[in-house]
Design a protein around this ligand. Sequence first.
Ligand code: NDP
Ligand code: MG
Length: 383
Amino acid sequence: MTRSITILGATGSVGASTLDLVRRNPADWRVTALTAHSNVEELAKLAREFGAETAVIADEARYEELKQALAGSDVEPAAGRAALCEAAARPVDIVMAAIVGCAGLGPVMAAIEQGTTIALANKEALVSAGEVMTAAVAKHGATLLPVDSEHNAIFQCLQGGRMEEVRTITLTASGGPLRLVEDLDAVTPEQAIAHPNWDMGAKISVDSATMFNKGLELIEAHHLFPVGLDRIRIVVHPQSVIHSMVEYRDGSTLAQLGPSDMRVPIASCLAWPARMDTPMAPLDLAEIGELTFFKPDEARFPATRLAREAAEAGGAAPAVLNAANEVAVAAFLAGKIKFSRIALMVESVLSENSLPPAPRTLEEVLRVDEDARMRANAIMETA
Ligand code: NDP
Ligand code: MG
């Protein structure tokens, strides 16, 4: 049976992996909407290739460019944030939410309000909106399928299990490319982006290097799998073969293993609750040889501690942490701040003792996000 799909963030790393699976199974899919931020050329190319109904570029200034690039095709061009939300709200079988950052929150909420099934890669949206998003999911009867490999692993390990019988959840972390690097001050963006196991977008690659990725994932897990923060653990596992684990009260621990390729968790969401073929070679454990595990080093990489504290504080704190981190990562990638200042900046924005009240609506979350960005920028300029 043909199913319809919208891909938010189609030109990114997760978007490309999703479209690769769609391309391999053309009879199974009909592409409704594809979106991007500014990469008009790639967006138009993909929209033509997949015969999308509409292609949306978030940057309004690029509308004419997109219109020209789509001339002569049946793809309807659109631009701007409102068009992004309209595209996300079109009726489809599944929306892949793969925009990076809190910029993806509005479109994700628009899809949730339709009661759609959403494959969620865009972790920053859930971290920022937390309770607002989970309440909307419940209210509108939407389904969130976790794409993030760790959360997808946990989701799979929970099938047939009962949340109240879970003793602990363990998120695995590769430790990133800098785990063994001594001088974190001297780290360049190129070094930070060169992830040993995964090929990903620039922002999440830096997040993996600082361990903020694992921090965001801790908060993400807390919302997706409400077992209590104190039951969610992190273990460093440099081979990234075990993607995460669930321990039940009888002492059984279930783990999901797989190659470090996002097409595996994406396929699990696209086919859920069934399974689909992927081009992955079988996992060869004898070839891999060793799986190792370490405690996270929070003295060198404070991000997971900061995220846990923000999750414990609740309310606006996770949105503030996320916004400050987005500003700091962009500044690091632009060569404006040193690597080790990313965590320091996040900590100072969080510790300014003026956390706003807990946001209760999408608009309030966006205001908290905007305000924290302003404070992060101010701290950067005065330092
Ligand atoms: P990329 O940077 O590769 O792609 C981001 C996508 O979002 C692009 O299509 C980009 O468009 C679009 N985009 C960027 N900014 C905006 C904006 N302001 N408004 C609208 N669209 C925007 O990111 P990834 O694919 O690596 O990551 C996407 C999400 O998935 C992130 O939240 C990440 O944490 C999560 N994730 C990613 C994994 C991975 O392996 N990559 C693994 C697990 C989770 P354009 O190309 O035009 O800039
Ligand atoms: Mg992950």
